[in-house]
Write a protein of this length. Structure first.
Length: 117
């Protein structure tokens, strides 16, 4: 609860007391002053409620934004990991194929050389 809401409630209570006392003693000025203080208190309390609501909405939006950013970051990191895995897997496959060809050439080449000698 913020200061505006508290002072608003206090003004409303004090205004109600003034109004009742003014009516009880026949003092219209005091009764009217009490009614005006109640209106002032109601306005303060409403302003306090508006500030609380604005802060709450802002906090909720910030929390949603942070959650969405965290999710996007996580998805981005996962995607980057997948891309790295593909690249390294492709490099490994290329290396294995090259080595297999080299082994084939080495063994076939040796057989050809042995036949010539």
């Amino acid at each position: 609860m913020n200061k505006s809401k508290v002072t608003g409630k206090l003004d409303q209570v004090a205004g109600k007391v003034k109004e009742k006392v003014g009516e009880a003693v026949g003092d219209q000025k005091l009764a009217n002053s009490g009614a005006a203080q109640q209106v002032k208190g109601a306005a303060k309390e409403a302003w306090g409620n508006a500030k609380d609501t604005a802060a709450s909405v802002s906090d909720d939006a910030r929390a949603r934004s942070n959650a969405e950013n965290a999710e996007l970051k996580q998805r981005s990191e996962h995607k980057a990991h997948d891309v790295r895995e593909k690249i390294t897997s492709t490099a490994q496959n290329v290396k294995d194929k090259i080595n297999a060809k080299l082994d084939y050439i080495k063994h076939e080449g040796h057989d050809d050389i042995r036949q010539v000698h």
